[in-house]
Write a protein that binds this ligand. Structure first.
Ligand SMILES: [Zn+2]
Ligand SMILES: [Zn+2]
Length: 217
């Protein structure tokens, strides 16, 4: 998930009922008919099983509504206004706890992808391989941008891209194939080949690898 304002993740919310630190949770999907939902990607919820609101809620709801449920105390980001969420068991919301570090990493990756995409148009003129490599090697990036990056390899004609690409494990096999075709075309254009023994890029006409001394016939 991408959270536009990741600073909310580091907010500290304390439950007024039990003084426990509340958990940052992904807001539940809004059901049709629920209106606008919470207006936030995340909610802070007290998931302390010893919280008095939660413990007393079972009896409260049983008496008032006749069903088996309880409450969890909840606050929205940037607010200390008290809300409650109805839960049917003690594990509700525990699966949607957000690890701020994980989200921060995801956000960082996303921003890098966006910056790389923005740099694609000028990367050939700038002789800048970096955004192209960033996209090709980012398995989480959108495929359209990665395909565009592969197509720019030939125009960039920077053979220093080989090591990073050859050492990358592609999850998208079609993209890997397209990339390999592009690398082959780049070698041809530069009258080069990869040494079958050590992988270094050498002259196409070399009979012996200058790096590993392998004989190439
Ligand atoms: Zn509590
Ligand atoms: Zn070699």
């Amino acid at each position: 998930m991408i959270i536009s304002e990741s600073k909310v993740l580091t907010e500290e919310h304390i439950c007024p009922h039990c003084k426990a630190r509340m958990s940052c949770c992904e807001a539940p999907a809004v059901h049709v008919g629920d209106g606008l939902g919470w207006g936030s990607d995340v909610l802070f919820i007290c998931l302390n099983d010893a919280c008095s609101l939660f413990l007393n809620g079972w009896q409260n709801i049983e008496e008032r509504y006749g069903h088996h449920a309880s409450y969890r105390y909840m606050e929205l980001p940037g607010s200390t206004e008290g809300n409650v969420m109805m839960v049917g068991n003690k594990d509700a919301f525990k699966g949607s706890i957000i690890d701020p570090e994980v989200i921060a990493k995801q956000n960082e990756r996303y921003l890098k992808e966006q910056a790389a995409l923005a740099a694609l148009d000028s990367c050939v003129a700038d002789k800048n391989l970096e955004p192209v490599l960033t996209l090709i090697l980012d398995e989480a990036a959108a495929i359209e941008g990665r395909k565009r990056a592969v197509e720019l390899l030939f125009a960039l004609n920077d053979l220093s891209c080989f090591d990073a690409i050859r050492n990358h494990e592609f999850r998208n096999k079609a993209l890997e194939q397209g990339t390999n075709l592009m690398l082959t075309a780049m070698l041809k254009k530069n009258f080069k080949k990869e040494c079958p023994a050590c992988g270094e890029i050498i002259k196409l006409q070399a009979k012996k690898c200058m790096h590993c001394q392998e004989n190439l016939d």
